[in-house]
Write a protein that binds this ligand. Structure first.
Ligand code: DAT
Ligand code: MG
Length: 149
């Protein structure tokens, strides 16, 4: 089953949106298989955002991600990578559709609340970067046959 890496950024934690955000993935039909709260090191933040190294917003982004605790998660389900990006919404909350997390709760690109892997290969890389195997707990939700034909 497909998995994706989701992180509630420091602003989501500080604004007490953790429950609201987790709820959206749960009610959609995805399964939580890993979750931890952590203060992110600069080393981990820089590895995670490696593709953005050299861009003008990079150092501000690393400062932000390391400024306060985050919630790191792994979610599972069919097509979860693509679906999670839709639940999250466009990168700039002003362009994000209402109904998405960024569209409902954000107003600025540098405080857009949440990260989600952008492709299956990225998800694999990010999950391996943030989670040990034993921190991911596969389980069989009883609602499965009511979600999938
Ligand atoms: P996403 O998080 O939607 O995958 P991204 O990978 O392009 O977006 O960028 C990573 C994060 O960097 C993004 O969530 C917020 C920040 N960011 C991107 N573009 C930015 C910009 N022009 N100014 C400030 N922050 C930016
Ligand atoms: Mg991205």
């Amino acid at each position: 089953m497909e998995r994706t890496f989701i992180m509630i950024k420091p602003d989501g934690v500080q604004r007490h949106l953790v429950g609201e955000i987790v709820h959206r993935f749960e009610v959609k039909g995805f399964t939580l298989v890993g979750l931890k709260m952590m203060k992110v090191s600069r080393e981990l933040a820089e590895k995670h955002y490696d593709v953005h190294k050299g861009k003008p917003f990079f150092s501000g982004l690393i400062d932000f991600i390391t400024s306060a605790p985050v919630i790191a998660m792994v979610w599972e389900g069919e097509n979860v990578v693509t679906a999670a990006r839709k639940i999250i919404g466009a990168t700039d909350p002003i362009s994000a559709d209402p109904g998405s997390i960024r569209g409902d709760f954000g107003v600025s690109i540098g405080r857009n609340l949440i990260h989600g892997s952008d492709a299956i290969e990225t998800a694999e890389r990010e999950i391996a970067l943030w989670f040990k195997d034993y921190e991911q707990v596969g389980w069989e939700p009883v609602r499965h046959s009511w979600l999938y034909e």
